[in-house]
Design a protein around this ligand. Structure first.
Ligand SMILES: C[S@@+](CC[C@H](N)C(=O)[O-])C[C@H]1O[C@@H](n2cnc3c(N)ncnc32)[C@H](O)[C@@H]1O
Length: 310
């Protein structure tokens, strides 16, 4: 895929969700000068989300394409330097709302092990509050709103006695620079997600997660072995495997099936394939939620909806 194709595809991907990034992506895809600058970076560092987040982090403009272009060309060396050292690691605690129906159904208490944890904000499903339509669960902030259909909303939060995460590049919720990067990764119009990030980061800072730097295949067995034996081990991941090469995804799926406990995947159906899936809902991109390899539901990308299979 050329860089131009990537920006054209991203414009389609964010349509209806981020008008600003749709405009910017379309403009970059037509801009030979900006495309040439991007092509001086390694292929993995040319991503639209990385470029726009780097500009946001630096305080640059990300709504009007002409102003964005002027800023990007004038400040290219500093933008490129940020893009080289950073990665797209959006950490979306809202995804806990789609994990909750499965987590609550497992034998309690749970030992949670998240692979591709970023800053670990999805490791606190027991601490957040939830609103499934008019059904509220838990108090305090953040409140995670989720439209649920095809199954009853969960009636309890899980009991978590151990939580740990694995990531190639763990981010630290107690480090303001890492939290600023997580904030910069949120699309410009998504103020509610920015507030949710602040609230979830406060929850995590009160008891920072155990995060291990490592690979989801090579380093998973050693971390899983540290989980307490008298709790149900749950290895889970959300929106991670698209960043992992196909052969490594297969190696991970094989490995995780051999571990004790349960495996929850919430991933793009193109990266973790299942033999037969119902048609996805019409409104935008959906992940597939699966327990122990069995697909259960379609879920919206930021955890805003879950549609249980009939
Ligand atoms: C898009 S983020 C998703 C973070 C979190 N799961 C969430 O849903 O909010 C993907 C994360 O996976 C991590 N990752 C990618 N490849 C990995 C690998 N081979 N082993 C461990 N972590 C990996 C990245 O560093 C990044 O933090």
């Amino acid at each position: 895929m050329t860089t131009k194709d990537r920006y054209t595809a991203f414009a389609r991907e964010v349509r209806g969700m981020s008008p600003a990034y749709e405009r910017l992506s379309e403009a970059v895809a037509r801009d030979d000068e900006l495309l040439a600058r991007l092509d001086t970076l390694p292929p993995a560092k040319r991503q639209p989300n990385l470029l726009f987040a780097a500009v946001r982090l630096l305080g640059g403009p990300v709504t009007d394409p002409a102003t964005f272009r002027g800023y990007a060309l004038a400040n290219w060396p500093v933008i490129a330097a940020e893009m080289r050292v950073r990665a797209t690691q959006t950490n979306e605690p809202g995804r806990c709302a789609v994990l909750l129906p499965v987590l609550a159904s497992l034998p309690q208490p749970l030992a949670l092990l998240e692979v591709g944890a970023s800053a670990g904000l999805c490791l606190y499903p027991d601490r957040y509050a939830y609103r499934y339509g008019d059904h509220q669960l838990g108090d305090g902030e953040p409140v995670l709103d989720c439209a649920i259909s095809g199954t009853a909303p969960p009636t309890r939060r899980p009991e978590v006695v151990w939580r740990a995460g694995l990531d190639l590049n763990p981010l630290d919720v107690t480090d303001p620079a890492d939290v600023a990067w997580l904030d910069a990764l949120i699309w410009p119009e998504h103020g509610h997600r920015r507030e949710r990030l602040r609230a979830a980061a406060a929850v995590a800072r009160a008891e920072p997660p155990q995060l291990v730097r490592g690979d989801l295949v090579d380093d998973l067995p050693a971390l899983a072995a540290r989980a307490p034996r008298d709790a149900t081990l749950v290895v889970f991941h959300t929106s991670v495997l698209y960043q992992v090469p196909p052969a490594r995804r297969d190696a991970f799926a094989e490995l995780v099936r051999e571990l004790p406990g349960h495996w929850i995947a919430n991933e793009d159906p193109d990266v973790l394939r299942y033999p037969a899936l119902p048609e996805p809902p019409a409104d935008g991109f959906h992940n597939v939620l699966a327990l122990d390899g069995k697909p259960l539901a379609w879920t919206r990308g930021h955890g805003q909806a879950i549609t249980w299979f009939g």
